[in-house]
Design a protein around this ligand. Structure first.
Ligand code: SF4
Length: 286
C-alpha cells in the first residue's frame, strides 16, 4: 500500500488508517475519513516488473511527486483529503443532476484506458460530454489565483500545452471523445469573496475554453511523458521538481516560516520528498 495513514494526526502525531476506527478523539467524522482513506490509498508503487496504471491527472504531476506518492509507507495530510472530498462532492452532484437527462446525449463519467508504452497504461474519466453540442466538459474547483491564470491563458491565446487543464481536456478528447469540437472547464472559485471580485473582475464561477491540439501533438505529449516516467522507474533516478512545478501555488508565510504552498498543502508526496525536507530545513521549520 502506498499510503498507510494520516500525518499530522492530533492524537498520535501520525496514525495508520486503522487507528481512526477506534480513535478516542475522532477529530473528523469517521465516514469522511474513510472516504479519504479509500480515495488516497489506491495507487500501488510503480514497478519495472508489473503493469503500471497512471491516471491522466497524475501524468500531469511533477515526476518527483509521482514517485514519492507511490512508494511504500507514505503518510498523507488529512487536509489533502478535504480538497479531494470537495471535488468529489461537486462531481457527485453533477452526476445526480444528469440522471433525468438523455444519457446517450449527456454522457457522464465515461472511463477509458489505453496502453501507451509496454507496461504503462493511461487511464482517465471525462466528466461530461454533451453530444448534441460536441462539447467536452471537465469540472474544477480552483483558487482565485488559479482561475485568473486560466482566464489570462485564454485571453492571451496560450498554446494548448501551456496549462494542465488544457492538456487534460485534450487527452480526454483524443482518447475518449475524438468527436468533441470544443473543450471547456467549468470552474468554481473556491476562495472567492466580494473584495476579490471587485479587485480582479472575477466571478464566483469561470468557464475556461481550452484550445484544441492535433491528435499527433497529444499522442506525442503523452508518449514523451510516459517515457520519462518509465525512465525514472527503470533507473531509480528521480528528477527534482522545477521552480515552475513548486511555485504553482505561490509561497505562504505561516508561523514565521515561508514555504511553497504546493509542497505544504497540495502534494501527497510531501512527507517523503527530500527536496521539501531540504526546503523546510533551510527555512527553519521544525
Ligand atoms: S513536496 Fe514539493 S518538491 Fe516535493 S514532490 Fe511535492 S511539489 Fe515537488
Amino acid at each position: 500500500m502506498p499510503s498507510i495513514g494520516f500525518d499530522p494526526c492530533p492524537v498520535y502525531g501520525r496514525a495508520t488508517f486503522d487507528k481512526c476506527d477506534t480513535c478516542p478523539s475522532r477529530c473528523r467524522p469517521l465516514p469522511l475519513m474513510k472516504t479519504w482513506e479509500n480515495g488516497l490509498r489506491i495507487k500501488p508503487p510503480l514497478s519495472k516488473d508489473s503493469v503500471n496504471r497512471i491516471s491522466t491527472t497524475e501524468s500531469l504531476d511533477p515526476l518527483q511527486k509521482i514517485w514519492y506518492s507511490r512508494i511504500n509507507e507514505s503518510w498523507i495530510s488529512p487536509s489533502l483529503g478535504l480538497w479531494a472530498l470537495d471535488g468529489t462532492a461537486m462531481h457527485a452532484i453533477a452526476e445526480k443532476g444528469a440522471e433525468g437527462l438523455d444519457q446517450s446525449v449527456f454522457v457522464t463519467e465515461k472511463k477509458f484506458e489505453t496502453e501507451i508504452i509496454p507496461g504503462y497504461i493511461l487511464t482517465g474519466m471525462s466528466d461530461l460530454m454533451e453530444r448534441d453540442r460536441g462539447t467536452l466538459w471537465d469540472y474544477k474547483k480552483k483558487t482565485f489565483l488559479g482561475a485568473i491564470e486560466l482566464r489570462e491563458a485564454e485571453k492571451n491565446k496560450l498554446p494548448w500545452d501551456a496549462t494542465d487543464e488544457s492538456v487534460q481536456l485534450n487527452i480526454y478528447r483524443i482518447y475518449n471523445f475524438p468527436e468533441a469540437k470544443s473543450l471547456k472547464n467549468y470552474i468554481i472559485v473556491r476562495d472567492w469573496n466580494a473584495r476579490i471580485g471587485r479587485e480582479t473582475g472575477l466571478e464566483k464561477e469561470l468557464i475556461f475554453n481550452a484550445p484544441l491540439a492535433s491528435e499527433a501533438e497529444v499522442r506525442l505529449w503523452v508518449k514523451t511523458r510516459f517515457l520519462k516516467i518509465k525512465n525514472m522507474v527503470d533507473t531509480g533516478v528521480v528528477p527534482e521538481c522545477t521552480r515552475g512545478d513548486i511555485m504553482k501555488y505561490k509561497e505562504k508565510k505561516i508561523d514565521g516560516v515561508t514555504l511553497p504552498s504546493r509542497c505544504r498543502f497540495y502534494c501527497d508526496a510531501s512527507t517523503l520528498c527530500p527536496q521539501f525536507a531540504r526546503m523546510k530545513a533551510n527555512a527553519g521549520a521544525t
